[in-house]
Design a protein around this ligand. Structure first.
Ligand code: PMV
Length: 321
């Protein structure tokens, strides 16, 4: 049986993080410069049912059976088995690698799950459709994020810009014109689960204030949707900065993120905000294409750990994932 390979991109949330957990709309885009990859190959020497997992970046080299039952990799494999009604697996090796930084708001967990689900289901002869791939990745996210909205697994599965409202069919956005993002990692690791839990505590303590903040963020995401699909994309800049101001009030920005946002604006960005769970992780800035390099250098000089320039393009009709 030939080895089967699948990949999934990283993602950035453009608008609406946190508010999306409370039913407001959000917009996310794929970041294809970073990827998670999974390869499944038969292990002719292994006993029936033995799944050996290697993920060198996290120093993992283990049999699936020796990992905790709630390990995300185990959950992804078991999810595929359940979806396919495959009680037993042939002996196989599963290799995972990823260039998506972990706990940085770039969707690394969802991308690893999606890559595993695609590679394993294809290896077993029944490649799962996107809807099922996304649903299985969501189940894994739930175990680790508490109350995920589902935006991460959706954007990573479909690898297209999406307008997302929890528990509703999502919408793929076709950008009117390309736009360029500069994405910078603050270097501060911040698990989304903790940020989401803290926001929930604040919301419980003062629901009126937080509902009003989420409403305002939702309005911005709605306006941004019109700008992305109708143009001009540079009009997203002020909306991003306004979203950042509201996220600061929600309490999920940090000194490091504020500094990088300010640095990007000083270097000519049209707007900038944190992206994802916040408290650390990444920020994104909107750049005129000719300015992106300058903003990247300014962010690197300001101490950003890793800076990516990513262009979100309108999709041509012959687009293939
Ligand atoms: O940290 P990330 O990129 O996984 O972002 C999660 C976005 C939140 O809105 C904070 C949580 C969620 O589940 O939507």
């Amino acid at each position: 049986m030939p080895a089967i390979f699948a990949s999934a991109p990283g993602k950035a949330i453009l608008f609406g993080e946190h508010a999306v957990v409370y039913g407001r709309p959000a917009i996310a885009v794929p970041v294809t410069q970073v990827q998670a990859k999974a390869t499944v190959l038969a292990d002719p020497l292994g006993p029936q049912g033995r799944v050996h997992i290697q993920a060198p970046e996290i120093q993992l080299d283990s049999d699936l059976a020796d990992l905790p039952a709630d390990d995300p990799l185990v959950l992804a494999v078991r999810g595929v088995q359940q979806a396919l009604g495959a009680d037993h697996l042939p002996a196989l090796k599963l290799r995972i690698s990823s260039t998506i930084p972990v706990a940085a708001g770039l969707g690394s967990g969802a991308a690893v799950s999606v890559a595993i689900v695609r590679a394993l289901s294809a290896f077993l002869g029944h490649p799962l459709v996107d809807e099922t791939v996304s649903a299985l990745a969501y189940e894994v996210e739930k175990k680790h994020h508490g109350t995920p909205s589902g935006i991460d697994n959706t954007v990573v599965t479909y690898a297209r810009p999406i307008y997302f409202v929890r528990d509703q069919p999502f919408e793929i956005l076709q950008p009117a014109e390309a736009f360029t993002l500069v994405i910078a990692d603050s270097g501060v690791r911040s698990p989304t689960r903790l940020a989401v839990a803290e926001v929930r505590q604040c919301w419980q303590a003062d629901p009126d204030r937080y509902e009003a903040l989420f409403d305002a963020i939702g309005q911005i995401a709605w306006q941004a949707r019109q700008v992305i699909t109708g143009g001009p994309p540079m009009a997203l800049g002020p909306l991003m900065s306004e979203n950042q101001r509201l996220l600061t009030q929600v309490g999920v920005s940090s000194a490091e993120l504020d500094f990088l946002v300010e640095t990007a604006l000083q270097a000519g960005a049209a707007g900038a905000k944190l992206s994802g769970g916040g408290r650390g992780g990444n920020m994104i800035a909107l750049a005129a294409p000719e300015n992106a390099g300058r903003i990247l250098t300014a962010l690197q000089n300001a101490g950003a750990k890793r800076v990516i320039i990513s262009t979100i393009n309108p999709v041509t009709p012959d687009f293939k994932k």
